[in-house]
Design a protein around this ligand. Structure first.
Ligand code: ADP
Ligand code: MG
Length: 685
């Protein structure tokens, strides 16, 4: 047997090639992966009670041998499986409803462990103690010490590997390999924070002897996880700082003149972030900056200024948006904004015809285009840019890290400006976007009226649509958002755009111009519909969340969201951000019948605040960070044990330590194991 923990899991005793294949489905390839596969929960089986001491109402763990197995049907048609267990002090029944298939899992005379809530049942002649639907496990003597009489780990499983098997192979791995894993944490850190060594921590997380063990193990492993992540980001940032970038140059007076043409004045926050960006762009080093600002805070105009700076300095600007609708909108806006300045713009989206695209591509390559706007088609294609100076990425939360880098590699270190409306607290931003500098627009343009937000039951829909009607009569426009495009047999409770449009076009909103908008329409259709909506030739868009991000039509003041319980907080906040963009009072109406607890919380948050930071915090509390940040990105969903909310204090310590580390002379050699790990991460991303 090899003693190297990085060998394939199949060489571990109790695994073998077949199970190894099964384990691969949960991303366990090596013995080390297994050791880092942490329990999703624990069950306290340290207190196995004697049956005679148990009374109804208690939730207990008991151990007993099977005496009798019965299954029968009740007069009302329920199938009951009743298994009687005894531990020599008393008997208890395990009762399962409509799960007769479990019958084969029990064998007379064999010992089992049961966990559940005890109830008392009165039969005609006697009383019995029952546990309905208990969690159970068969006991073998040799495995007893892993599965009973202690706190036992519960793992997320994959088909063909049960809890007991998982515990057994884990115990093997711990006994034979845990101490052989290289401990990445420097000794001085372990000493400073009294962390257990890695082997002990892994023991403590999988098979804790007691609560203290577990807490110490978890703290150390969470620290380690944050630390490696943060160090990676800082290292990345330090190496980018060596990149020679483009030294932009454009007189501030010309920018001022351009700003004078606008019909508004920049807010103080916009002025400040623009100064930060301009200063960066005019430095020799490559700019890599994140611009964070809540929905509607005015990020686009800042992007426009940065693009002018690059174009006026003789470079191409690249502006990437997450959807075609948004790319199109930016294209139209910027075209108008730059109309008097003679810049040439091109829009590159996936739906371009080959010929159009080739023409545009050759112009771009020849440097005849100053500003290229588009979706991810901007970097999926064969475009070669001519002397690009700045890449702006809008609504970064929609893109993954990899995409960020792929685009970058197209040019010679052009500056990078990434924009996001995701309002993450600074300490978290440091971890997630630690390789970027941060600018924040923390102020809304003046004169915005708060959006009136209401939660209404679906039996009020008539009234709601009467309200929509009134607003349209006043000259405004409305978005009606549904969770589905077309009716679905699987989800009969959810309303679709097709149903709603049909209902309203033949009913309450008969007199108005209404259109569907969703992802199944062709790009040309979508483009035309959006154009008509912008020109106020359409009163109502019945849409899916395709309008979620960035769409900016100031005259639209009503947002109705059907089945609002189906949407996450970040999404609801984004959707609401589509209104409240002009001088008219705006409204957001969330239609939902009393949903589950989480959804109720979300809807209450929405009606009580419009502050993106607060909403983000609430969302993090309700759903956890993985969900909030959306898709699998930034590797944040890879956080196996650390928790951005619960471990905030720990994260602060990690920040200090990693900043110190990166400043330590020659740290790459002094802590070579750590450094090697970080380089491997680089390869992965
Ligand atoms: P977001 O940050 O969500 O991308 P936008 O850039 O789309 O926001 O801006 C929202 C709206 O506010 C736009 O119509 C824009 O023209 C307008 N706007 C931006 N800055 C200001 C300002 N300083 N004063 C008034 N309106 C502004
Ligand atoms: Mg925007």
């Amino acid at each position: 047997m090899s003693s190297d923990p990085t060998v394939s899991i199949q060489y571990l005793k109790g695994v073998g090639p077949k199970r190894a294949e099964l384990l691969q489905k949960i991303e366990i390839e090596t013995i080390k992966d297994l050791l880092y596969y942490f329990p999703r929960d624990y069950e306290d089986r340290s207190k196995v009670l004697e049956m005679r001491h148990i009374s109804p109402g208690q939730t207990v763990t008991i151990r007993g041998k099977v005496m009798k197995i019965e299954d029968y049907q009740t007069s009302r048609g329920f199938k009951i499986l009743k298994v009687t267990f005894s531990d020599d002090t008393d008997v208890i029944n395990g009762v399962w409803f409509n799960q007769s298939y479990l019958k084969s899992k029990f064998e007379k005379g064999e010992a089992y462990l049961l966990n559940g809530k005890v109830s008392e049942k009165n039969w005609r002649k006697y009383k019995s103690k029952d546990i309905n639907n208990p969690v159970f496990e068969k006991l073998d003597d040799e495995e007893d010490s892993l599965n009973a009489g202690r706190v036992v780990p519960i793992y997320s499983l994959t088909e063909g590997v049960n809890q007991k098997r998982m515990r057994k192979v884990m115990a093997n791995a711990l006994a034979n390999y845990a101490k052989k894993l290289p401990d990445l944490l420097p000794a001085f850190i372990k000493e400073k924070y009294s962390f257990p060594d890695l082997g002990t921590a892994l023991e403590g997380i999988h098979f804790p002897e007691n609560k203290e063990d577990y807490i110490a193990a978890r703290r150390r492993l969470a620290f380690e996880e944050f630390f490696i992540f943060q160090l990676y980001a800082l290292h990345k940032k330090a190496s980018y700082a060596k990149n020679k970038g483009i030294k932009h140059q454009y007189p501030a007076s010309k920018i001022s003149a351009f700003l004078k043409e606008l019909n508004f004045e920049l807010t103080a926050a916009q002025k400040r972030v623009w100064q930060e960006i301009k200063a960066d762009m005019e430095k020799e080093e490559q700019m890599r900056r994140l611009l964070q600002g809540d929905v509607g805070s005015g990020k686009t105009i800042i992007a426009a200024l940065a693009l002018i700076e690059t174009m006026a300095s003789g470079h191409q600007g690249i502006f990437m948006a997450p959807t075609e609708i948004l790319a199109e909108q930016h294209y139209l806006n910027l075209k108008e904004l730059f109309a008097a300045h003679g810049y040439k713009l091109a829009l590159i989206v996936g739906s371009l015809k080959t010929k159009e695209r080739e023409e545009l591509e050759s112009k771009i390559a020849a440097g005849e285009i100053d500003l290229i706007i588009g979706t991810h088609a901007l970097f999926q294609s064969s475009i070669s840019y001519s002397n690009p100076g700045l890449i702006v990425i809008d609504e970064q939360h929609r893109f993954g890290v990899e995409q960020r880098y792929q685009l970058k590699s197209k040019g010679e270190n052009p500056d990078l400006l990434v924009m996001t409306a995701t309002p993450i607290p600074r300490s978290m931003a440091m971890l997630i976007y630690g390789d970027l500098d941060l600018s924040v627009i923390d102020e809304m343009p003046p004169g915005r009226k708060p959006i009136g937000t209401f939660w209404r039951r679906s039996n009020r829909r008539n009234k709601i649509y009467k309200f929509v009607k009134d607003k349209i009569k006043e000259g405004r426009q409305a978005y009606l958002v549904c969770p589905l495009i077309e009716p679905s047999a699987e989800m009969p409770d959810l309303i679709s755009t097709e149903e709603l449009a049909e209902e309203l076009a033949n009913g309450q909103l008969r007199e108005f111009k209404l259109s569907l908008l969703h992802s199944k329409l062709s790009a040309d259709q979508k483009k035309e519909i959006m154009q008509n909506f912008r020109d106020n030739k359409l009163d109502i868009l019945v849409s899916t969340t395709v309008i979620e991000v960035g769409v900016d039509v100031a005259n639209a003041t009503v947002m109705v969201i059907e089945n609002a319980e189906r949407f996450g907080l970040a999404q609801l906040h984004q959707l609401r951000g589509r209104v409240g963009r002009g001088q008219h009072q705006s409204y957001c109406i969330l239609i939902s019948d009393p949903p589950g607890e989480d959804a109720t919380q979300r809807l209450e948050v929405m009606t009580s605040t419009s502050d993106g930071f607060k909403i983000a915090e609430e969302d993090l509390k309700i759903r956890g960070p993985g969900e909030f940040f959306g898709t699998r990105q930034h590797g944040m969903t890879d956080l196996k044990i650390a928790d951005l909310i619960k471990d905030r204090q720990l994260l602060k310590l990690v920040r200090q330590e990693s900043q110190n580390m990166i400043k330590t002379k020659n740290w790459e050699n002094k802590y070579s194991k750590l450094f090697k790990k970080i380089q491997q991460m680089e390869l992965k991303i």
